[in-house]
Design a protein around this ligand. Structure first.
Ligand code: FES
Length: 253
């Protein structure tokens, strides 16, 4: 069991927290491109403990700003997009995608426009999604992992319900090698076979587990008693890549 302090170290991801600073070094997919339209040009996001608004202005630029207006904290999610950015719905302060203040109704206030800036983060479009980067500049390149950029197949994106847990719990599950043969025993059996014991599932098919650290994450390796192995790589910070590159020992069932 982890102590409370160890849990806090891993699970707290706000600005200035160790895990938060680490995760801010990665691009995060935050929305599908289809989610921002003329009719619905804004989307509220809560990412790494920050309240943000993603928006598409009328010039086609996409921005990611802190959601609370620098004036009196109204949510910019209710703002009106214009050619030059997004105007706060409350008093009309106008922001561009870099967080610059372009208008301060009812009176132009040059001092505010020079000195105040709304927090703004870079956004990129990749794989049919918008990706956000909340870390220090310069932002790294979004990695071009094989299945993300290969052209010799069909890409399918499935949205699952939000997991009500912290990021580390999901990734700890991804690197857990032992639950496959028990939790997913019906999937392994595919209606064709059943394990001798539902308690142990197909656990006894596995001879050994190993882990290998690699530059992009961790490879968990299962060696089976029939000599096969499977090695789905965990790609830090939030991907698991099972697939045919990593032979499925149950494909014969
Ligand atoms: S609260 Fe946004 S302009 Fe006043």
């Amino acid at each position: 069991m982890l102590t409370q302090a160890e849990n806090d170290l891993l699970a707290r991801v706000g600005p200035g927290q160790p895990a938060g600073e680490l995760l801010r070094r990665y691009w995060m997919p935050v929305a599908f491109v289809q989610e921002l339209t003329e009719e619905q040009p804004t989307k509220f996001l809560r990412l790494l403990c920050e309240d943000l608004v993603l928006f598409l202005d009328k010039s086609g630029r996409v921005g990611l700003l802190a959601d609370h207006c620098a004036h009196r904290s109204a949510s910019l999610c209710y703002g009106r997009v214009e050619e030059r950015g997004i105007a706060c719905a409350y008093h009309g302060w106008l922001y561009d995608t870099d967080g610059n203040i372009l208008e301060t109704p009812p009176e132009r206030n040059d001092a505010i426009m020079r000195s105040v800036k709304q927090t703004a983060y870079p956004v990129q479009r990749f794989l049919g999604m918008y990706w956000a980067y909340l870390g220090p500049k310069p932002a790294p390149v979004i990695p071009r992992y094989d299945v993300w950029v290969r052209q010799d197949g069909r890409q399918k994106i499935v949205v699952h319900p939000q997991l009500d847990c912290n990021w580390f719990q999901a990734m700890e599950n991804s690197v857990d090698p032992a639950h496959l043969q028990i939790l997913h025993q019906e999937f392994i059996g595919r209606g064709q076979s059943r394990p001798v014991s539902t308690t142990r599932g197909y656990t006894d098919d596995v001879e050994s587990y190993e882990f290998h650290r690699v530059w992009y994450g961790i490879i968990k390796s299962r060696r089976y008693i029939d000599g096969k192995t499977d090695e789905p790589p965990l790609i830090f910070p939030n991907d698991l890549a099972p697939g045919p590159e990593h032979p499925d020992p149950y494909s014969h069932r």
